[in-house]
Design a protein around this ligand. Structure first.
Ligand SMILES: Nc1ncnc2c1ncn2[C@@H]1O[C@H](COP(=O)(O)OP(=O)(O)OP(=O)(O)O)[C@@H](O)[C@H]1O
Length: 347
C-alpha cells in the first residue's frame, strides 16, 4: 500500500533580489525586486509501506523543502500530496501521529529537562498507551545505549547522545514513517553504527518506512534499498540502489594474488592505456578498469597468459562515485538508463 503519494508537487519561494552593499540595501527599500525560486518543481513520488528510501541531491536541490511539505510544515504551491491518505498541511494532527522526524541540526527535546522527562512529555502529547511506552522506552534505552545519559538534560548531551535521544523521541509513538535528515552528521563511527542498526531494526521489526536525506553515502549503502536523486527541484533518478550500482558503476578494481612473476607487465594492457595497474605487495596486483571497455574475465585471462594466479576478487562498486559524478554533471542518469556508455560525458 502507498504511504506517500505526491503528484506534480511544487513549492515556489519568492526570493528578494538585493544588490550588494549598503547602496543595494537602501535601493531595495524603495524598489523591491523578487524572483521565483522553484525549490520543488513538479515531483511525482510514491512510497510504499516498509520501503527504505534515500532522498539525495546536492545542496539546494529541494530535499528539505520536500520533507517540510511531507511533514505539513510547508504548504505546497501546487500539486497533490497525501501521507497515509491525509493532506499533511491541512490535517496536521492526523499527519503528526503517523510520522516521526529527526533533523540532524535541530532537536525536539526540551533543552533544560532530563531526556527521560522529555520522553514522558512526548508520551502525553502523542497519547502513547502506558504499556507501549514502557516497551518502547526499555527497548530504545538498550538498543541506543541511552542508560548513561537519560537522566541528563538535552543541554548537557554530546552530539552523539543527543542524536540517539532524538531518534528515541521520534519513534516513541510508533510512527508509520520516519523522516531522517542527516541523522549521522558529525558523529563518530561507533555512534553512526548504533544509529544505523537501530533504524534497520525498526524497519525490520515494525515495518517502519524510512525516508532519509543525507550527504553520508555510508548511511545510504547501509540503510536504503531505493535511491531517489533530486536536482534543481526535479527527480532525476528513482530506482533501486543495486540497479544503479550494476548499471552505472563503471570503475571496478580487481585484486590478484599471483603465484609467479608477470613475464612482461608492460605489454599486458598496452592497447588500453586507461587500465591502471598497481603493485600492492609481493605478488599482489590491483587493476583498475572500466567495465564497459574490458571485462574482469578478460583481465584475468590476460594475467594468466603471463603468470600463475593463486586468487582474485573484485571490489563491489560503490554508490559514492556514481552520485559524485551525477552531482558534478559527468553522468546523466536519464541518458544512462538508455545507454550506459553514452551517458558518461567523461568517456
Ligand atoms: N524559506 C525559503 N525562502 C526562500 N527560498 C528558500 C526557502 N527555503 C528554501 N529555499 C530555497 O529553495 C531551494 C531548495 O532548498 P532546500 O533547503 O530544500 O535544499 P536542500 O536540498 O535541502 O539543500 P541542503 O542539502 O543544503 O540542505 C534553495 O535554493 C533554497 O535557497
Amino acid at each position: 500500500m502507498s504511504l506517500i503519494e505526491a503528484k506534480g508537487l511544487r513549492k515556489v519561494f519568492r526570493q528578494a533580489v538585493k544588490e550588494p552593499g549598503l547602496r543595494g540595501a537602501v535601493k531595495h527599500l524603495f524598489t523591491q525586486r523578487y524572483v521565483d525560486k522553484h525549490a520543488v518543481d513538479g515531483i511525482d513520488l510514491t512510497i510504499r509501506e516498509g520501503e527504505t528510501v534515500a532522498y539525495v541531491g546536492p545542496n539546494g536541490a529541494g530535499k528539505s523543502t520536500t520533507i517540510k511539505m511531507l511533514s505539513g510544515v510547508l504548504v505546497p504551491t501546487s500539486g497533490e500530496l497525501r501521507v497515509d491518505g491525509f493532506v499533511p498541511h491541512k490535517q496536521r494532527m492526523e499527519n503528526a501521529v503517523r510520522i516521526g522526524a529527526v533533523f540532524g541540526q535541530r532537536t525536539q527535546l526540551w533543552w533544560d529537562i532530563p531526556v527521560r522527562e522529555s520522553l514522558n512529555l512526548l508520551k502525553d502529547i502523542y497519547q502513547v498507551p502506558e504499556d507501549a511506552f514502557r516497551r518502547n522506552l526499555d527497548a530504545f534505552v538498550e538498543l541506543l545505549g541511552m542508560e548513561e545519559f537519560i537522566h541528563l538534560s538535552a543541554r548537557k548531551l554530546s552530539l552523539g547522545q543527543r542524536m540517539r535521544a532524538d531518534l528515541a523521541a521520534a519513534l516513541l509513538h510508533d510512527p508509520k514513517i520516519v523522516y531522517l535528515d542527516e541523522p549521522t552528521i558529525g558523529l563518530d563511527v561507533s555512534v553512526k553504527q548504533k544509529i544505523r542498526s537501530f533504524i534497520k531494526q525498526m524497519n525490520r521489526d515494525k515495518g517502519t518506512t524510512l525516508l532519509l536525506t543525507t550527504h553520508d553515502l555510508g548511511d545510504i549503502e547501509d540503510l536504503c534499498e531505493r535511491l531517489v536523486i533530486i536536482d534543481h527541484g526535479r527527480i532525476i533518478y528513482d530506482g533501486s540502489l543495486q540497479a544503479v550500482k550494476d548499471a552505472f558503476a563503471r570503475e571496478r578494481t580487481i585484486h590478484l594474488q599471483l603465484g609467479s612473476e608477470l613475464a612482461e607487465p608492460s605489454l599486458l594492457f598496452s592497447d588500453l592505456p586507461e587500465v591502471g595497474m598497481d603493485r600492492t605487495g609481493p605478488y599482489r596486483l590491483a587493476i583498475r578498469f572500466d567495465r564497459f571497455r574490458i571485462t574482469a574475465s578478460e583481465i584475468v585471462k590476460r594475467i594468466i597468459s603471463q603468470a600463475d594466479v593463486a586468487d582474485f576478487h573484485i571490489d563491489e562498486p560503490n554508490i559514492e562515485s556514481i552520485i559524485r559524478r551525477v552531482y558534478e554533471g559527468s553522468l546523466d542518469l536519464e541518458l544512462a538508463a538508455e545507454s550506459p556508455v553514452a551517458a558518461s560525458r567523461e568517456a
